[in-house]
Design a protein around this ligand. Structure first.
Ligand code: SF4
Ligand code: SF4
Length: 69
């Protein structure tokens, strides 16, 4: 599973918020934030960001749990 995070490059343009099918993105004073509880890990926000402020990470904990017998 991939984890999507928004970093300091966010300009609060709203593209990711509009694009997210899960309404998992909301705005704080300085940046957009992804609610990881709501996120479906689809990657649409990643593709929609014009400033490349969204990064993608492997969720290694989840992976290790899945690999257990
Ligand atoms: S990965 Fe998909 S569900 Fe998660 S915040 Fe981005 S657009 Fe929304
Ligand atoms: S699309 Fe990128 S710059 Fe725009 S609000 Fe989302 S994270 Fe910020």
């Amino acid at each position: 599973m991939k984890i999507y995070l928004i970093d300091h490059g966010c300009k609060k343009c709203g593209s990711c918020e509009m694009a997210c099918p899960a309404q998992a993105i909301y705005m704080l004073e300085d940046t957009a934030v992804i609610d990881q509880e709501l996120c479906r890990h689809c990657g649409i926000c990643y593709d929609s960001c014009p400033t490349e402020a969204i990064s993608v990470h492997e969720d290694n904990n989840q992976k290790q749990e899945q690999e257990k017998p």
